[in-house]
Design a protein around this ligand. Structure first.
Ligand code: GMT
Length: 377
């Protein structure tokens, strides 16, 4: 099929999922067109099956805010017409589902039909989408998509709770390419530069926004390292980095913490990680936790949102109440203290990721695209 994918091209989970999906669809013979304002960070090659169309914004002094939706929907119309696309799959409702609806209507006027699949990712519903500023438009564009998917049961429930939704929402879990994590060569997986042999490596990856509670990461680590010699790796960039730095200084643990910035090679970092921390206040799914588990890393997380669907308490890691850093530290230490326990959790984590493998999820999206046209046959 010919599929247009619209997403945020950044390190955020929705952009990562959209990019990995597009690349996998192209591998499977589909023609995929990314439509966004920058080349997605994980999109490392282009081909005759994999295209990127940049949405350009025309700046004008009158505009305090540039009308991105207008530029995006115009670009969608252009690309759909030029390449005869059959489906537009938009990731993150704001403003992509709204822009797709407008594109669909503009195309209808020209006698062209296009189907719109909207995937809800989390904050487009929980933190931003349900805010009165956006709610009416978000609800409208969800209800006017041809198919709506959500990345967890929790997000589906939340969407139905917060909005008046007239459509059935399909739950399609996020996925990972399990093979990518199997290919990590042991030689390349060298932890020597970051930690001594007898130290454990603990990692957190996020965009350092308040919802990620990076200070809780630091507090949990501070307790762990009192009992288990360890290093903390902080991957990502964002507004709360300064708060984290301040707390690290206050707790006098600077020598045990490394900030590594944004990375497109998190599989390489995760391959020498022993434990992953994700104490978010909400998380529709927690793709970073799944990526960690694929790299044989148990997860200490909160029990909010979709996290219990990904991280299984007592098996792949542990779940704690929001803000309960003592419980998180206690659980982390219980995993790290004995090598045999750590090994058991590592292999449980890895085994659990099989159900979220690309091989399982890709056909689900392909069937959804096909189903858009079934009613018309
Ligand atoms: O978590 C973020 O801040 C990024 C955000 C995004 O839209 O990129 O992530 C959301 O989508 C991911 C992919 O589906 C999920 O794994 C994250 O749990 C979700 N984030 C939240 O719900 C806070």
């Amino acid at each position: 099929m010919k599929i247009g994918i619209v997403c945020y091209p950044t390190f955020g989970g929705s952009g990562v999922v959209a990019t990995e999906l597009g690349m996998a669809l192209a591998d499977n013979g589909h023609e995929v067109h990314f439509i966004t304002y920058n080349q997605p960070v994980r999109l490392d090659f282009l081909s005759h099956k994999l295209h990127f169309h940049r949405v350009l914004i025309e700046e004008y002094p009158l505009f305090q805010y540039q009308p991105y939706e207008l530029a995006l929907s115009s670009k969608m119309v252009e690309v759909v017409r030029k390449y005869s696309l059959e489906v537009l799959h938009v990731h993150y409702a704001i403003p992509h589902a709204y822009a797709a609806y407008m594109a669909k209507k503009m195309l209808e006027e020209k006698g062209i039909k296009i189907k719109v699949v909207t995937t809800l990712h989390g904050t487009d519903i929980t933190l931003v989408g349900s805010h009165p500023t956006y709610k009416t438009a978000v609800e409208f564009s969800i209800n006017n998509s041809d198919v709506v998917t959500a990345v967890s049961n929790s997000l589906k429930e939340k969407t139905n709770e917060l909005f008046n939704i007239s459509k059935d929402i399909h739950v399609v879990y996020n996925f990972i390419d399990v093979k990518k994590y199997e290919n990590t060569i042991d030689d390349e997986c060298s932890r020597g530069a970051l930690a001594h042999r007898d130290e454990k490596i603990i990692t957190h990856i996020s965009n350092f926004r308040p919802v990620k509670r990076v200070e809780d990461v630091v507090r949990v680590f501070s307790e762990i390292q009192k009992q288990v010699p360890s290093k903390l790796l902080l991957i990502g960039e964002g507004p709360d980095r300064i708060k984290a730095e301040k707390l690290i200084k206050e707790l006098n643990i600077k020598k045990n913490v490394y900030f590594l910035g944004n990375s497109t090679e998190i599989d390489r970092i995760l391959c020498y990680t022993d434990l992953f921390l994700l104490p978010s206040s909400t998380e529709s799914f927690g793709l970073a936790a799944l990526e960690a588990m694929a790299a044989k890393t148990p997860v200490i997380s909160t029990n909010t949102g979709g996290l219990p669907e990904v991280n299984i308490h007592g098996k792949t890691g542990y779940l704690s109440d929001l803000g309960d850093v003592h419980d998180m530290a206690k659980n982390a230490i219980s995993i790290l203290k004995e090598d045999a326990t750590l090994e058991q959790f590592k292999s449980n984590a890895k085994a659990h990721t099989q159900q979220f493998s690309l091989q399982n999820i890709l056909p689900v999206y392909e069937d959804i695209y096909k189903s858009c046209y079934k009613s018309e046959v």
